[in-house]
Design a protein around this ligand. Sequence first.
Ligand code: NAD
Length: 294
Amino acid sequence: MQNKIIDGKSISVEIRNEVKAQTEILKREKGITPGLAFIIAGDNPASKVYVRNKGKACEEAGFYSVTEHLSENVAEKELLSLIEKFNKDDKIHGILMQLPLPVHLDTRKIIESINFKKDVDGFHPVNAGNLSIGEKCFVPCTPLGIVEMLKREKIETSGKHSVVIGRSNIVGKPVAALLLRKDYNCTVTVSHSKTPDMKLISSQADILIAAIGKANYIKKDYIKEGCVIFDVGINRVEDSSAKSGYRITGDVDYEDCFEKCGMITPVPGGVGPMTIAMLLRNTLDSAKGVVYER
Ligand code: NAD
């Protein structure tokens, strides 16, 4: 019998071990070490933690990685020339610009300056376009982690109705585009903040993806009996019993939905750990040249 809880943490460990083993082979047989460059601008505490964790994951996988920490008021020109340096660097197969950027910088211009063949985050318009027309491309890591969990848990997707709540460029839109592909064959509905009757839509989902950014928003009356839930949300809620004074919760009210749903990802320990694992896999694929020829 399948486990009701989709354990993203243990699936991510499995993937990271696979990446590590394949990295050793790539080094041994081709003399290539996957290389990832992180760029962070400013002192956003969450961004710093994310980059540190991703750097550690690279080290464990046997990657080469480099982090450039720029000041909050870095000039656009300086950032663009750093990206250009990494674009030309043969040791670097992936470039990750940590978002959000300081407000004076034009996010679109910066992302577009990354060589799309090194855009392991899948945010470049060429990758977004290739994703929507079903071509090979780098797919954003969080949506990729979701479909990887579907595959590894052997969840049937063909002909299923998938409802995606949220239409961001990093989660909602790419996960919808992926599920629509012939590999998954879902019927996809995308909803958002202006969708008038969310319950009516979400309660038709066989597969529900919540990427809203609102703590415990999805209650049991929003879901269909037996549905599979992927909770992308990472929200801080006050918790006086926690040392830090807060805890992390998802967009889905886990306790409320648990009995009624068929399967669910917990927060933390569900979608989150998969994101880093897929970043490693995208970088490895870039180093191997299996997405775009190098
Ligand atoms: P976003 O703020 O860019 O987008 C949120 C989306 O939710 C918007 O499209 C908006 O229309 C929709 N929305 C807002 N209120 C709604 C409502 N009442 N009903 C229906 N739709 C509504 O956020 P994002 O970047 O997509 O992230 C969403 C959540 O996922 C956040 O909590 C974020 O922290 C988390 N996240 C987690 C990971 C991970 O690795 N687990 C990765 C990215 C984002």
